[in-house]
Design a protein around this ligand. Structure first.
Ligand SMILES: [Zn+2]
Ligand SMILES: [Zn+2]
Length: 209
């Protein structure tokens, strides 16, 4: 690990996985557009924005901060990556604060989740008692709600609120059930094909220069 060239190798590997992850995100966005067209539903409609506001007010669904006083970002409850297989469709898109959006990525990037069966539920399950210490997500929640009783109560209320929000999109569940069986293996193939393509194309171009 102290070998400086190991850093360079890691950087090259990361560049290739960035390309593959980008391709997966592009595919999931296109699939989302197709599903939305078939439903006649839109994430950017007034109606959907109203439903999100009704459920969460103008607050981050995770930490409850006032979004008017921070940098709001588009948040996918199920992350749009090969492990979480989230889509940009009604029921999965909310507005969160940038900090929670970035803190949640740790759970979203895990192949296997230990605390819950979705990335968002997992993120809200770090109550300080269930993880091997030190856990950065548990520590994050400790900075938001210092009192342990309050922290547990807020985390479980927020989890329930998101569950209730999702129940309002039964179509979403119907579409996702068969997809969640077949998509992960398709995305794993796309990921490895993209990396192989990148390697062989780079190798063949290198011959020319
Ligand atoms: Zn937040
Ligand atoms: Zn934790």
């Amino acid at each position: 690990m102290n070998d400086p060239t190991s850093k360079l190798r890691t950087a090259t590997l990361r560049a290739k996985s960035d390309v593959a992850n980008k391709l997966i995100s592009m595919f999931l966005h296109e699939l989302s557009k197709k599903i939305c067209r078939e439903w006649g539903a839109r994430v950017d409609s007034e109606e959907y924005g109203g439903l999100v506001r009704l459920r969460f007010g103008n607050h981050c669904p995770y930490c409850l901060c006032d979004l008017a006083a921070t940098t709001p970002v588009v948040e996918h409850l199920d992350g749009m990556n090969r492990y979480r297989v989230g889509l940009h469709i009604p029921g999965n898109v909310v507005i969160a604060c940038r900090k929670c959006n970035s803190e949640k990525r740790r759970d979203d990037a895990c192949k296997i989740l230990n605390l819950a069966d979705s990335g968002w539920a997992c993120f809200l399950s770090h109550d300080g008692n269930r993880c091997a210490k030190p856990c950065p997500t548990c520590q994050y929640w400790e900075t938001i709600w210092i009192d342990e009783t309050e922290r547990k109560q807020k985390l479980s209320a927020n989890l329930q609120r998101i569950q209730d929000f999702r129940k309002g999109f039964s179509q979403f569940e119907e579409v996702m059930r068969p997809l969640s069986m077949s998509l992960p293996s398709a995305l794993t193939h796309l990921y490895s094909d993209c990396q192989i393509f990148a390697e062989t194309e780079i190798a063949s171009l290198l011959q020319k220069f």
